[in-house]
Design a protein around this ligand. Sequence first.
Ligand code: ZN
Length: 116
Amino acid sequence: MTSGTERLEADLQEAERELQELEEQLDDRPQFGLGEGGAGAFSWEMALARRKRVTARIAALREALTKVREGTYGCCEGCGARIDPERLEILPATSLCAACARAVDTSVTSPLGSRA
Ligand SMILES: [Zn+2]
């Protein structure tokens, strides 16, 4: 059961390295005028969007590592069931089983989800 932690730690290190690179990239923010986003501004915004994703990934990986230490890793936060090992193989930082993740997904993406 050690291989799971190693994978998570390797992923975390990689994500932290990526975040650092993005921070450096975001440090030299291009001067962009009103309404005109040049190539520099575009890549800056791309970096900003990527940073958001990487930050979320780091948070998820840290949470997963905490769960490994607590012995709750692999349990679904939605229904408490064991998460399919194959799913954990693909998404090591996930905290939901496939069924719960699907339920969350459809409630977020479905435009019919918010009926009054
Ligand atoms: Zn579940």
